[in-house]
Design a protein around this ligand. Structure first.
Ligand code: ADP
Length: 267
């Protein structure tokens, strides 16, 4: 009797082990695949501008160009260099977000200041081609890391500008909700996003339309950065969109990280 019991329990135990082990391997395989994809993506994203740059260097070295032509080539080289700088800076931001502890909810950041800084970036990018509106239902503060929150908000707002044709409208607002949470709402009247892409938007380098994203200076990392920042602040990100009509991104922060602030003179 004793022997039978033992063999049964050993078998069960053995299967349990096998199950855990194979789950572990699948998890590791997935992580490996993701890492390989990531390195391949980064290499590709960096190689493209480098190829263009070396072509231009050859042009400058070998062709007798007029001053105007030389100027044009240098401008294009500047654009490619800028593209690589933005990519490297986004990669560093992601690496920092993944490698550092969550920001404690004891640093309070002014929502007004975040909105102001995001607005300034949006206006620079839009160059007067869109109707932009920034508003808040009252002075408030959110708890977290200022640079991260700003990066998330700026990414959402600059995306709205990037994916909205000239003449479109972008509304950015903050409001406190009755349960004490607060939300940034970023709405645009841009190209919108087909439903099937929405769940994948925050994956690194995921783009609905690669050439449009690159043309407008996108790295494909923006929403991945946003996702990390939102998670690190115990928040939620909600995306709604209608192709051809526009998109709406909602960044909600929990009550613990939101408080009304006293009205102060901006001076
Ligand atoms: P990118 O640098 O390419 O903008 P993101 O990670 O910020 O990368 O966004 C991923 C993709 O999601 C974009 O390439 C674009 O296709 C889509 N997207 C993001 N924001 C918007 C928006 N407001 N309207 C339409 N499409 C958007």
């Amino acid at each position: 009797r004793g022997k039978v019991t033992l063999s049964v329990s050993m078998r069960v135990y053995g299967e349990g082990m096998k199950l855990v082990l194979s789950q572990d391997i699948t998890e590791r395989e997935r992580a490996d695949t993701m890492r390989r994809d990531f390195v391949a993506n980064v290499s590709h994203e960096l190689r493209t501008p480098l190829t263009v740059l070396s072509g231009f260097i050859e042009t400058l070295a070998n062709l007798p160009l007029t001053d105007v032509e030389r100027r044009r080539v240098l401008d294009l080289m500047g654009q490619q260099t800028q593209r690589m700088q933005t990519l490297v800076s986004d990669l560093l931001t992601l690496a920092q977000l993944e490698g550092s502890p969550r920001p404690a909810p004891d640093q309070w950041v002014s929502v007004g200041k975040l909105l102001q800084m995001a607005e300034s970036d949006a206006r620079t990018l839009s160059q007067g081609k869109h109707e932009l509106s920034f508003s808040s239902d009252g002075p408030a503060e959110v708890a977290g890391a200022e640079s991260e929150l700003l990066s998330a908000l700026t990414n959402l707002v600059t995306n709205a500008v990037r994916y909205t044709p000239q003449g479109g409208r972008i509304d950015v607002s903050w409001k406190m909700r009755p349960n004490g949470s607060g939300e940034f709402l970023i709405r645009d009247t841009g190209i919108g996003i087909e439903k099937e892409h929405i769940p994948r938007l925050t994956e690194r380098f995921y783009r609905v339309d690669g050439s449009r994203s690159r043309e407008t200076g996108g790295t494909g990392l923006g929403l991945s950065i946003v996702k990390h920042v939102v998670q690190r602040h115990s928040g939620e990100l909600d995306v709604q969109s209608e192709p051809g009509k526009g998109s709406q991104f909602r960044f909600v922060l929990p009550p613990l990280r939101v408080r009304a602030a006293a009205q102060r003179d901006a001076g």
